[in-house]
Design a protein around this ligand. Structure first.
Ligand code: SF4
Length: 641
């Protein structure tokens, strides 16, 4: 199975047992002082055990504080960090993988909160696109010093037992800033021509080879093209790749450069492997190995990339966050047992928005202390009854069964999934079906008895007399108290989506501008309807992960969806929705149909009826929230019964 994927391969003198590499993904799991923590070691050891050939340890800081690029990032800027890094490399090796350290300097892209009040540095004092802040241009002497910092960082990685380093030279960070004409306006030998702009990177590669050893592999996460006008093109990317090969680099891992954050932390609608063309383009220019990355979620997709000759290795990032055992499962031919990353970007929200430890919607163990992840065999197996087959109930069933309990799951619908079946309907949300497919495969395998199409009531629960009852009955639509709400022209968003209702050429008004309202608007607009979203407040989709929110709002704009903010819905009438704006003026927003999208409330009737069973209540039945809450509560609840 997947023969090409599991062929050994070499990067320089380093031999990998297969063609799978873990891409560097920041976790915020290092100690606040940059030391390697037990959580960080556990995180990577789990992924090494899962069968990947090489792990690239995230975002290692090579110069404090100017190169800081995260709230809790590992440091490598002093020999004092070597012992901790050695523990990390050892743990990765014990897990069966090779280890590389990603050496990172953000340059002008540094978050001000990370660099302790310093001014970010850059090749040139060019205002940075995100906020106009002007960085300080590095002097010639400083450029040479920073080259030395990279070399020293590589030396420490080598001394700590790492098998390779990867130079971060894309995503708009310091090396990318030297390479790109948009950010490099230097007049000295580090600016101007392509050769000069490449000099900083070439000197780093050559310096590592000279001082650490020509056999120590240097991989380059190279900008293949910038996403800003006037920036680097694929032709530049190929030229730099060739130049790096001449300089002694051992592999190229191409990705995007300046701009385009959404295109490298893609939200759910992006298709699998869509940016593999970057690797394919670079591969035309070099004979050293090329690594493909970007939304590669399934073994067959990874295998196809290799077989088509688009790359020599495949990097998995979020795929291994969601399921560290992806490689072992693929190798065993158990593709269906893989918990495929859905691209919900809850992890991105943690790392990039909240400065919090990494977390994952699907994998409740991510970011937790090792002891909090342990699933101990139950001393006395219990008969566990789970009511509700949404994400919370399915995860509780999985974990309880893994612990040796006898689990029966009842779902009143004829299929598993609960609200996932609704949430997967709007455009670009199909990957949500992967969650249900995963559980539908896992639960029977673990011996969970699944009863579909069977509603549960208190009487039936009493008759079954289980030892433990878990209520995961989910949510039901919240219907606002508005005059006209029960009119014949009114639909409820969840029902409209669940029944996959289709319309064309009609005018719709959506009451509610949260994720449900906006996605329902997208669903209707793509069918060829005129849609207006009515929103009480100025802000739109505040709780949605920002990259996806931007994508969604852009999509709505392209489909002509009108978003009317700061209006209060007063009544629903035959001709539309009566609203009052902030000035007190009332008007009717014309619509043939009105859709209620004011969220949901717990479907918790059973909880009261089952009080004598002391039921454990999880997921939306407690309060409607996100997938991560449902799955995490399912996991933790079943962990302790
Ligand atoms: Fe994938 Fe979402 Fe998990 Fe991130 S949080 S790894 S995007 S499933």
């Amino acid at each position: 199975m997947f023969q090409t994927l599991f062929e050994p391969g070499s990067i320089g003198k380093m031999t990998l047992k297969n063609r799978l590499i873990m891409a560097p993904i920041s976790t915020n799991l290092a100690g606040g002082d940059g030391t390697v923590s037990d959580e960080l070691i556990f995180h990577y050891a789990e992924r090494a055990i899962g069968g990947v050939g090489l792990i690239t340890v995230e975002n290692v800081c090579l110069a404090y504080p100017l190169a800081c690029h995260g709230a809790a990032q590992p440091r490598i800027d002093d020999d004092a960090f070597i012992p901790g890094l050695r523990r990390l490399a050892d743990a990765i090796h014990q897990g069966g993988a090779k280890a590389a350290a990603e050496l990172t300097h953000p340059g002008m892209s540094a978050g001000l909160r990370y660099i302790r009040g310093e001014t970010p540095v850059a090749p040139s004092a060019v205002p940075r696109p995100k906020d106009g802040l002007v960085p300080r241009a590095l002097s010639h002497t400083e450029v040479v010093e920073v080259v030395g910092q990279y070399v020293q960082a590589a030396r420490r990685a080598y001394e700590a037992g790492f098998d390779a380093v990867e130079l971060q030279a894309c995503h708009g960070l310091l090396i990318n800033q030297f390479l790109s004409p948009l950010t490099n306006k230097r007049q000295d030998e580090y600016g101007g021509s392509r050769e000069n702009r490449a000099r900083f990177l070439v000197e780093i590669v050559a310096g590592i080879k000279r001082h650490v050893g020509s056999d120590f592999p240097v991989m380059v996460r190279l900008v293949a093209e910038d996403m800003l006008e006037g920036g680097l093109t694929l032709e530049d990317g190929r030229w730099f790749a060739r130049r790096l090969e001449e300089a002694g680099a051992d592999a190229i891992h191409p990705d995007f450069g300046l701009g385009g954050k959404e295109k490298r932390l893609e939200p759910m609608p992006y298709p699998q492997a869509w940016r593999v063309y970057l690797a394919a383009e670079i591969k035309k220019a070099v004979s050293i190995p090329v690594i493909a990355v970007g939304v590669i979620r399934e073994p067959r997709v990874a295998e196809e990339i290799l077989e088509a000759g688009k790359a020599d290795f495949v990097a998995l990032g979020r795929a291994l966050i969601a399921d560290p055992d992806w490689p072992n499962k693929a190798r065993a031919g158990e593709e269906q047992a893989i918990r495929r990353c859905i691209g919900c970007n809850e992890c991105v929200m943690a790392r990039h928005v909240e400065d919090a430890p990494l977390r994952c919607s699907l994998n409740a163990t991510v970011g937790r202390r090792p002891e909090a992840c342990r699933l101990e065999r139950a001393k006395t197996p219990k008969r566990v009854l789970i009511i509700g087959g949404g994400p919370a109930g399915m995860e509780a069933a999985r974990v309880a069964a893994l612990r040796g309990h006898r689990v029966a799951l009842y779902e009143r619908e004829t299929h598993l999934g609960g609200m996932l079946n609704v949430a997967a309907v709007p455009p670009g949300k199909e990957k949500l079906n992967w969650i249900t497919e995963y559980f539908a495969h896992e639960l029977p395998r673990l011996g969970v008895e699944i009863h579909l199409g069977e509603a549960m009531d208190a009487e039936r629960v009493r008759a079954l007399n289980p030892d433990v009852v878990i209520v995961a009955t989910g949510s039901e639509p919240a219907i606002p108290d508005i005059p006209g709400v029960d009119g014949p022209n009114v639909l409820v968003a969840q029902e409209l989506l669940a029944r996959r209702m289709r319309f064309t050429g009609q005018r719709f008004a959506l009451v509610g501008g949260g994720m449900l309202g906006l996605e329902t608007a997208a669903y209707l607009a793509t069918q060829g309807n005129a849609v207006a979203v009515l929103k009480r407040y100025e802000t739109i989709g505040r709780s949605i992960e920002p990259l996806y929110r931007d994508h969604l709002l852009r999509d709505l704009k392209e489909h002509g969806v009108e978003i009317i903010t700061r209006v209060e819905v007063k009544a629903i009438q035959a001709e539309g929705v009566l609203v009052r704006d902030q000035t007190g003026e009332e008007r009717v927003v014309p619509a043939d149909r009105v859709v209620l999208a004011r969220g949901a409330k717990p479907a918790d009737k059973l909880v009261q009826e089952l009080r004598d069973f002391n039921p454990l209540v999880i997921g939306d039945a407690v309060q409607p929230r996100k997938i991560i809450n449902a799955i995490s509560e399912g996991f933790v609840t079943a962990q302790f019964i």
